[in-house]
Every structure is written in C-alpha cells, then in structure tokens.
Design a protein around this ligand. Structure first.
Ligand code: ADP
Length: 302
C-alpha cells in the first residue's frame, strides 16, 4: 500500500475535540498530503496509537491563531556536523526564545523502552530519517507545551527536513527566517566524529582539531577543539549515529531529502545563506552581523 494512503488510514478521522489542536492540524495536513518522505516503520507498530499518546498531553484549547504572528519563528538548516545546535542555542539565549531541536526530541523518545522505540532506534542509528508523521507528532507536542507556558517564538533546529515537512509547517506558521549554515565538506565528517556530549549536563564538546590548508583562491580553515571542563571530562559520551559509516549516510540523506528544502525557502525569499568561516570566535560575530544583531546584543553573550 502506498505510504500516503497508509498514513491517511492511520490518522483519520480526527475527533471533533481535537480538531483545533495544532498537532491535529499538523497531522491532518500530513495525512492528506500527496507525498511523504522517509522510511516507514513496521506495520505492526501502531503509529496512530503512538501519535495519540503524544497528543494526549496536548491542550485542546491551543490553536493555530495563537502561534501565528508571534516573533522569531526561525529555522536552522544545514548538514550534519555543521553546528546548527551550537548557533541555534546561542541565538536562543540571545533572543530569549526556546531552541527546539527535533534530534533532541527524537533522542528523548528513544530513551524509552518498547517496540516503537527500538524500531526508531534502528532508523536513527543507521542515519535514516524517522517518518514525517512521527516527527510532526513529537514537534506538535513540544510546541503546544511551549504555548501553554507562554512561549512567544522559537528557533527550530533539524525541522523541516523534507519538503513535505516544510509545506506543512508553512501552512501553519509564518517562518520569518531560515538560516542555512554551510561549512567546508572536509570539516563535516571530522566534526561529527569529534563530537562528545556530557552525559550529566548535556553540554556539547568537540575533540577534533580541524586544520584545512587553503589553496589558490580558497581560504583555509582552522577550528580548534572545544574541550570539556574537568567536571565533564569523565562523563563524555558519543552519539550512536556519529560513526563514519552512519555520518556518511546522514550526509547522503541530507543531500537527497533536505537540500530541496533549501530551495523551497529560497524561492520564498526566506533563506539566509551563511558560510561559517571557522570556529565560534570567528563565526559568531559574523553571524550576528549577518542577522543585524551585533550592536545591542553581542555583549550579552560573548
Ligand atoms: P544531525 O546532526 O544529523 O543534524 P539531529 O540531531 O538533528 O542530527 O537528528 C538526529 C536524527 O533524528 C536524524 O538523523 C533523524 O533520524 C532524526 N530526525 C531529527 N529531526 C528529524 C526530522 N525533522 N525528520 C525526520 N527525522 C528527524
């Protein structure tokens, strides 16, 4: 059975009470869209049930209108390892809006046990995307929880990752700006392989020292390692999907499914291309300048 058909069956009909929920809207948009990307899970996994579970904690009073017109609906795009998380998180502190990384939402979900979680783990650990409907359920739940707390905007990192996701998002939220981070390809793999996370506080570090020599007309690049402080040193872990083989697959998937999302936003005049010149000390001030944020805010976070 065609994937779109199967999803339509899984997600219809919606209960009247849930009709105005953002999550219902997102899921309904997905289930009626003509195409979806990303792999399917085993049919024995009841995605309808999984999505319903996620929806349970959503408030019935949340509505699309409460999301529209709020400030800073920004999106970060970029290949694995480019530094989306680092810069999105810094900007989120600077602007006082939450940084919502769908990769983090997925990893939280994977930490639970069960058949669904192990099937998702299988996809993530092989560098594949999880199905659109699942990621949309996760994100909807997070956005609604934020709305309940009065969040007035957000920086999305890792979503949308397919044109279907972008179309759905565009139907419900007016994304103001999409920042497309770019980095020399040679650096991407090394950065993913060097990534370390503190299992206690969640801080990200990188043990890779990237030193790319420039040649005729092409600038070199130096990115020193970002080493952990002593308190984190003994608690470092590596993401299961940060192996050479899986990173290469993630890059392939990015080029195939996510690169078209860049064009989607370029056509709408929302895409800001930003080539990272090096590590944080060189890139951060330059990014702030590109965003016209350098004067009033830079000192707050430098
Ligand atoms: P990356 O470093 O590759 O950008 P992320 O931390 O953003 O990784 O995401 C980790 C994994 O979570 C992805 O490889 C994918 O399996 C899943 N994932 C995250 N966001 C999405 C999304 N929008 N759509 C589908 N899968 C996603």
């Amino acid at each position: 059975m065609a994937v779109a058909h199967r999803l339509f069956r899984l997600f219809s009909p919606f209960t009247p009470a849930a009709k105005n929920n953002l999550s219902s809207f997102l899921i309904r948009s997905l289930s009626s869209s003509s195409s979806t990307h990303g792999p399917s899970l085993d049919p024995e996994i009841d995605l309808k049930e999984a999505a319903a579970e996620l929806e349970k904690s959503s408030s019935p009073s949340s509505s699309l209108s409460r999301t529209k017109g709020r400030n800073f609906h920004w999106v970060f795009l970029g290949c694995p390892g480019v530094g989306k998380g680092t810069y999105a998180s810094r900007l989120s502190t600077l602007l006082g809006v939450p940084h919502i990384a769908t990769g983090d939402l997925v990893r939280e979900e994977l930490s639970s046990s069960g058949l669904l979680s192990s099937q998702l783990k299988e996809l993530v650990n092989h560098g594949k995307l999880v199905p659109d409907e699942f990621i949309i359920s996760l994100l909807s739940k997070r956005l609604e929880a934020g709305m309940e707390k009065g969040e007035s905007g957000y920086i999305l990192d890792g979503f949308p990752r397919t044109v279907t996701q972008a179309e759905i998002l565009e139907g419900v939220i007016n994304v103001d700006l999409v920042i497309n981070l770019k980095l020399k390809e040679e650096a991407l793999l090394a950065k993913c392989l060097g990534r370390r996370i503190c299992s206690e506080c969640g801080a990200n570090y990188n043990v890779a020292c990237i030193d790319i020599k420039g040649d005729d007309g092409d600038d070199g690049m130096y990115m020193p390692p970002l080493l952990p402080p002593p308190k984190c040193e003994s608690k470092l872990i590596t993401r299961a999907d940060d192996t050479a083989e899986v990173v290469k697959e993630r890059l392939r998937v990015y080029n195939k499914l996510t690169q078209p999302v860049e064009e989607f936003y370029r056509k709408r005049g929302k895409l800001l291309e930003f080539e990272l010149p090096g590590g944080i000390p060189q890139s951060w001030p330059k990014l702030l300048r590109a965003l016209h944020l350098e004067d009033d805010k830079q000192s707050a976070i430098a």
